[in-house]
Design a protein around this ligand. Sequence first.
Ligand code: ADP
Ligand code: MG
Length: 455
Amino acid sequence: MENKDVNLLWEAVVVDLMPMISTVSYQVWFSNVKPLKFYNNKLVLSVKLHTNKKQLDNTYRDMIVKCIRKNSDYIDDFIVVLEDEEKEITESPAPLAAEVKAEAPAEKFESTRFKSSFTFDNFVVGDSNQLVYAAAKTVAEEPGKRYNPLFIYGGVGLGKTHIMHAIGNFIAAAKPELRVRYAAAETFTNDFIESIRTNKDSGLNKLFRDNYRNVDVLMLDDIQSIAGKPGTQEALFHTFNYLVENEKQIVFSSDRHPSLLNNIEDRLISRFASGITVDISPPGLETRIAIVQRKAYSRRFHISQECMYYIAEKIDTNIRELEGALNKVVFYCEMNKVAADSVDVIREALRDEIEEGGRALNYEDIIAACATYFGVKSDDITGSRRSKQIVSARQMAIYLIYDILGLPLAEIGTYIGGRDHTTIGYTRDKMDKLRREDPIVERQIQDIRAKLGKA
Ligand code: ADP
Ligand code: MG
């Protein structure tokens, strides 16, 4: 179907709508609507403002659908996306992988290949992750039956991806006939965007469906990344309903509890939390020791008990860093042909990691942490775009740089893309007030401070 048809259909719809609404309503809500594409038997419309989208989605939904159906046998619904997202669609830098896939549509379903070392057996269980382990095991044994969806949340490097792969590996061995799809939520977004961009009959929509609907188990990692992407959320919402209705298992991971996800539609948040929600927290000392022990053993690396304790004690952030530290020790010992049998050796090998006090935090760390938290890029914070998500991240970064580093307003302004010191002062005051009035903002501040080690 061609672009021309998109415009024609929308014109016909508008002609039918006109008599039903006032001129003012037309001016305000319809004159800026741009018809974009067809997607899954839907007409995709783009608007500039969130309010506009809401009006079309709610107040005018029935009317529009009626007029669409009247004018097309084929298209029976519509989706509204924000212009920001449309830009994503046209500027999206990396849908290459999806394009390659489009040329070679899978003839038969291929489950995701899982990382062979990310198994349940290799997952050290302690207080911090035993709930996640138990829930994941149950899901792997009886997908779609007990906990659906399984929603796993926790900070970076704590084992979320590992446990999802463990589910995949387990099912691949126990029930190889099941179709299991694992994807980073970002891949889901890219595939979705690509499926809108490509015309309906090119096969990619089918591919999108095959990938995400025609499955027995769907796992989406780091789901927080769909924040502020209404089109993706809409696609996920329908995918979710379809799968759950058909008793297919869904597993999500996220860096935070569903209730703290910003800029994700309420109806999705409530779906996220409709099964079981389990958190994975940083491991305590005992678990850290067990992990070092396990990893050293699996690499057949000899290390004294004292040394293991020392590493586990010093590296208390997350498991990825703990692994990284052990790797460094192994490397150091091999290069220098020394044994890991004295704390001095470890101290030398990990000099950068365990330097007293560590490297001081700087404004870039804070910007990066805020960007990650709000699902935007550091460049967005220092840039000029004003999507809701970016503005939230920017205001938070300004506030935290002030709060943590105590720099002069003018200096903060130069770090945030050369903004004026009055803007910075205004933002700081606003955030100061907000955090006292809005518990969610306070919680966000605490979350990000914790990630920066400034709780
Ligand atoms: P996340 O997805 O939460 O950021 P990952 O799953 O990527 O974290 O885990 C980071 C690293 O730590 C991986 O190499 C993983 O194998 C390891 N890891 C995490 N949790 C455990 C655990 N309980 N036992 C053993 N290794 C773990
Ligand atoms: Mg991960």
